[in-house]
Write a protein that binds this ligand. Structure first.
Ligand code: PMP
Length: 290
């Protein structure tokens, strides 16, 4: 028996969990998704993830066929049925099966999929020594086109960024927006620390409204840092004392090299370590039991 997957109202073995080749999620990347985590049997910020999923759906005129409460139940049940305590959960809602044209009116039933599996993190050494990041030539999607706040199934912009970073020998790619301001990395939000200031670009610069980002803003204030969301340039990043990325899968991961400039002393900074520790306390303290 493999994993039990929730698909179209039923739990089935992963071998039977299939979608149509006419599903517009596949044909056009027409759909949305969420990535969540459970820690010791509790879902971190379940309500916030569900909120973001339904906001993404609204932005692309997609009617999720189940209520938010039902979605929460399905997510918890998927983790329970797979007997997982620490897991990574993927929720996918596609436009559903249509024809080969792109008209979404031909897709009557959105496909809802929930997968709960083991987590994949960066190897431990990256949490000590940090990641190398390079600025990539591909710009972040314009907010006036496909707004990066929508967690859409069309991740080609992000994937191109990841490929460019890999080709340049770096672990992550830094996206600038069309005006040259820092937005985020291909799969994580970005923060810098300079003195007592903790800064991250505003969502309106072209970033996902990250749930880990939100938790870190809260933690930053609790530990007495002066937190702000402001436009950042690469110059601000190069001259920061510390830099780190945030995301559900990666959690809080330090950055110690940006475009060949060493950040701080080339190891995870003191405040980054402190915020990471507080984050681990928070995920164990908070959370919705499965
Ligand atoms: N930005 C992008 C582009 C992402 O895909 C993600 C999620 N992997 C994040 C930021 C981080 O968001 P969250 O903390 O909600 O996982």
């Amino acid at each position: 028996m493999g994993l039990l997957i929730y698909i179209d109202g039923k739990f089935v073995d992963e071998k039977q969990a299939k979608i149509s080749v006419f599903d517009h999620g596949l044909l056009y990347g027409d759909g949305i998704f969420e990535g969540l985590r459970t820690y010791s049997g509790k879902v971190f910020r379940l309500g916030q993830h569900i909120q973001r999923l339904y906001k993404s759906a609204k932005a692309i005129f997609l009617e999720i066929p189940i209520s938010k409460d039902k979605m929460a139940e399905v997510i918890k049940a998927t983790v329970r049925k797979n007997k997982l305590k620490d897991s990574y959960i993927r929720v996918v809602v596609t436009r559903g099966k249509g024809d080969l044209g792109l008209d979404p009116r031909k897709c009557s039933n959105p496909t809802v999929i929930v997968i709960a599996s083991k987590i994949e993190l960066y190897p431990e050494e990256y949490y000590r020594n940090g990641l190398s990041v390079v600025t990539i030539a591909t710009r972040r999607n314009l907010i006036e086109s496909l707004n990066p706040a929508v967690k859409s199934l069309n991740y080609l912009n992000n994937i191109l960024g990841k490929i460019e970073a890999t080709n340049a020998g770096a672990m992550e790619g830094l996206f600038l927006n069309n005006e040259g301001y820092v937005t985020e990395c291909s799969g994580e939000n970005i923060f810098i620390i300079s003195g007592n200031f903790l800064c991250t670009p505003p969502i309106s610069a072209g970033a996902l409204d990250g749930i880990t980002r939100d938790a870190v803003i809260q933690i930053g204030k609790t530990v007495g840092l002066d937190v702000s969301e402001k436009l950042l340039t690469r110059y601000d990043l190069y001259n920061a004392d510390e830099c780190f990325l945030t995301g559900t899968a990666a959690e809080i991961v330090p950055v110690t090299l940006i475009d060949g400039r060493t950040i701080g002393n080339g190891k995870s900074g003191i405040l980054t370590c402190k915020i990471r520790k507080e984050f681990h306390n928070l995920v164990l303290k908070e959370g919705t039991p499965i």
